[in-house]
Each structure stands twice: as structure tokens, then as C-alpha cells.
Design a binder for this molecule. Structure first.
Ligand SMILES: CC(=O)N[C@H](C=O)[C@@H](O)[C@H](O)[C@H](O)COP(=O)(O)O
Length: 238
């Protein structure tokens, strides 16, 4: 493992990475807001931050002293891939100073005929620390063969051919951690501390939690579902 990669990744080892993201249609959208979210996550003991967009990466880098994993979510008409889909998004993240660049490393076709091999070769040529977001074991193994620094189970359940399930895909995590030599990060649908513990026990190098910490509209929805049920029961009883 290259020195820079080793230094950056070791800061994340056995740590909690908090994903601080809010798209334009979410209530907390905005770089300043995500920087405050990251400050709160740092105060709470996070070892790293995952952020979307150059503006958010810059604002967060100026606010916390933690490694920042950067992505750019961008939709293209000719592809289902939206996490750092092309070299354009990689350039934006390099410019913004992301410590790690995460990208879609699924077998789905990329926009503008870009290939996964082009993406990883460009990242390696720029000596970037890279994180391959995968959805199945084969993608993790292939990404490792292309020289990525680490993989993350981010996209399990988000590709048509990967397992669709409510909670985190800990089986994918366990198999990947057993079969890969590079770090495997647990990410996606982790919503309680016990799942973080389970992921670490299964070999996760680090664990990413996003929505369960930084999307209050989704957290509120879970609590409101309980009160709605109580009101419906009361109305049913009246
Ligand atoms: C599928 C997709 O686009 N996932 C994104 C990847 O960056 C984020 O929206 C997730 O919030 C992040 O992966 C953390 O996952 P969770 O929010 O489930 O803790």
C-alpha cells in the first residue's frame, strides 16, 4: 500500500465515517449546513466524513480535521451511474482537496462511454486514494485488481442485480473482507450502533453511517410512523 494511502486510511481504521450529504431537494442542502453536520460528527467521535460535491468537500475540509471522502453525485441521461461517473467529477474532487475519492465501481455502464478501467487508471495516475463503491463481491474483487485503495459496500441494493434488503448487507461485507487484501468499508443502511459493532466483528475496516445520523427528515419519519399508528388506533377505538 502506498505511503499516502496508508497514512490516510489508517486514520479511518476501526473508525466511524459519517456521511454528511443533502441533495438540492433535501431540507439541509448547502455546504455551510453540511460543514456544521461534519463539525457535529467530529464532536461525536467520527474518524472521517463522506461528502457530496466540491463545495461541500471544501467547506468540510475547512471545518474539521478529519479525512474527507469526496463524491460528486451527478445524473447523466445515458447512464444509471451517478456517483463520480466520469473524469470530470474526479477533477472537481481533486481540485477541492478530497482526501479520498469514492466512485461507482459497479458493472453498470458509465456515461459518455467512460469505462471503469479509465476511471481507476486516472485515479491511480493522479496518485489519489480511491474508494470503489460496489454492490456485489465480483465488483469488489475486480476493483481490487484495478488497483483501488479500498472498497465500500455502498451500492448493495442499489443495482438491479444486487441483493435488495432493508438493512445492511453484512454478508457481502464479510465475504469481501475475507477475500480482499485491501480494506473493506461497511456502508449502506446501517442504522444502529449494534450494526456498527457487527460490521466491525465481521471484518469491516471502518463503517459509514449517513441517513441515520444526518438526514433528520428520515429520522423524523421513523418516529412519526409510531405516533401515526397510535392516532389511528385511538381513532379506531373511538
Ligand atoms: C445509494 C447512495 O447513493 N448512497 C450514497 C453514497 O454516498 C449516500 O446517499 C448514502 O447516504 C451513504 O452511502 C451512507 O448510506 P446510509 O445513508 O444508508 O447510511
Amino acid at each position: 500500500m502506498r505511503t499516502l494511502t496508508k497514512v490516510v486510511l489508517e486514520k479511518l481504521h476501526l473508525g466511524l465515517i459519517v456521511s454528511c450529504q443533502a441533495l438540492a431537494d433535501e431540507p439541509l442542502h448547502g455546504a455551510a449546513m453540511m460543514a456544521r453536520m461534519a463539525a457535529a460528527a467530529e464532536e461525536g467521535g467520527a474518524s472521517g466524513i463522506r461528502a457530496n460535491g466540491a463545495a461541500d468537500v471544501r467547506a468540510i475540509k475547512q471545518t474539521v480535521s478529519l479525512p474527507v471522502i469526496g463524491i460528486v453525485k451527478r445524473n447523466y441521461p445515458d447512464s444509471a451511474v451517478y456517483i463520480t461517473p466520469t473524469l470530470r467529477e474526479i477533477d472537481e474532487l481533486l481540485e477541492a482537496g478530497a482526501d479520498i475519492i469514492a466512485f461507482d465501481a459497479t458493472r453498470q455502464s458509465r456515461p459518455e462511454n467512460y469505462t471503469l478501467e479509465q476511471i481507476t487508471a486516472y485515479l491511480n495516475a493522479n496518485k489519489a486514494v480511491s474508494m470503489a463503491d460496489i454492490s456485489i463481491l465480483e465488483e469488489a474483487l475486480y476493483a481490487e485488481s484495478l488497483g483501488v485503495s479500498c472498497v465500500s459496500t455502498t451500492l448493495s441494493g442499489y443495482t438491479t442485480y444486487s441483493r435488495q434488503q432493508e438493512g445492511p448487507n453484512l454478508e457481502l461485507l464479510e465475504m469481501s473482507a475475507q477475500q480482499l487484501k485491501i480494506p473493506v468499508i461497511a456502508e449502506g443502511r446501517i442504522s444502529k450502533p449494534s450494526q456498527v459493532e457487527e460490521a466491525l466483528d465481521l471484518g469491516a475496516y471502518a463503517v459509514v453511517v449517513g441517513s441515520a445520523i444526518t438526514r433528520p427528515q428520515l429520522i423524523t419519519r421513523q418516529f412519526a410512523a409510531v405516533t401515526r399508528k397510535a392516532r389511528m388506533k385511538r381513532n379506531g377505538d373511538e
